[in-house]
Write a protein that binds this ligand. Structure first.
Ligand code: SIN
Length: 310
């Protein structure tokens, strides 16, 4: 099948899209990652005539995503993209860490073909399940002529891997693209593109070949912040710290002092903002560098990748 032009590889990793509950009205008391990839595909009659290859890469609730699964997934995506008949890849995934997987895949692979993450906010047993439509839309996008880069599609909206973030804990339309806005809409099986496909230089899989991801933690600035947590992390051997500051990356003075100490001790420290949208704009007076437009979780991944490369 991989030789049939226009084939899409569907790689499954689990999530609510593959989740089941005892009752069709239970949207939160379900178990994620129960159904296999073939069951997900079979639930979408419109996919019956579409050439697909399927692969179960993992089966987990994405809150438990880890570096080993990322490495396996990145390798399988790269393998599928290298097949001449494969036009694009769809990855079924949980919503909770979708933005992290999307970002790491874009930075490692920056693919010239589309790689589309599909997820769902309702389990496969729900009365109003969103998984089948999201999967169909993802396959549509994976077959769109000229499309490239890592993206996510939920509720008819396409987000770039460089911008996507989960913005709601329950709503079906739970994702946003921050200041950048959505990349495209999918309407009645057609892609209406609003801006350029995600692009960039791939870091390549060699970047993660050693398998040791450096220890980088996230900390948050807030009222009454204390320095003790940062000092304990430095004493325990942390290699990098990403701080989610207030507003334009400002920090409580007690936390800032500990972070400056950490930096002096050789720990890489980056500032981001805990605001939902907007960058941290650097100034010449900054003692701790800004991570620019990266969200805290994106900055943590970027810092791990950079530390691995050096
Ligand atoms: C998960 O992230 O795997 C569970 C939650 C979800 O997919 O919405």
């Amino acid at each position: 099948m991989q030789d049939t032009p226009g084939t899409v590889a569907v790689l499954a990793t689990g999530g609510t899209i593959a989740g089941t509950a005892a009752s069709a009205t239970d949207n939160i008391g379900y178990s994620a990652a129960q159904l296999g990839v073939q069951a997900l595909v079979d639930a979408v009659p419109a996919l019956a005539g579409v050439p697909l290859v399927t692969e179960q890469v993992a089966q987990l609730d994405s809150k438990d995503m880890d570096f080993a699964v990322w490495a396996t997934l990145a390798a399988r995506v790269a393998h599928q993209l290298a097949q001449p008949g494969i036009t694009g890849v769809v990855i079924t995934h949980g919503t909770d860490t979708l933005e992290e997987t999307a970002y790491v895949l874009q930075r490692l692979l920056a693919p010239a073909k589309p790689v589309v993450l599909a997820a769902a906010m309702r389990p496969a047993t729900a009365l109003l399940r969103d998984g089948p439509q999201n999967l169909l839309d993802a396959v549509t996008l994976a077959r769109e002529p000229g499309a490239r880069g890592v993206m996510a599609v939920l509720a008819g909206t396409v987000h770039s891997a460089l911008d996507v973030r989960k913005v709601h804990s329950y709503r079906v339309d739970a994702f946003g693209s921050g200041d950048a806005g959505p990349l495209a809409r999918i309407e009645e099986g057609r892609v209406r593109r609003l801006r350029e496909w995600p692009a960039g230089e791939p870091l390549g899989l060699d970047c993660i070949a050693k398998g040791e991801w450096p220890w980088v933690e996230l900390v948050t600035s807030h009222a009454g912040a204390r320095p003790d947590g940062v000092r304990a992390l430095v004493a325990a051997g942390v290699k990098g710290l990403v701080v989610a500051g207030t507003g334009n990356g400002s920090l409580h003075h007690a936390l800032e002092a500990a972070l400056i100490e950490a930096q002096a001790a050789g720990v890489t420290v980056w500032r981001t903002t805990r605001c939902l949208d907007g960058p941290v704009q650097a100034t010449p007076a900054d003692q701790l560098p800004s991570a620019g437009t990266l969200t805290p979780v994106q900055a943590r991944i970027e810092l791990m990748l950079q530390l691995m490369r050096t």
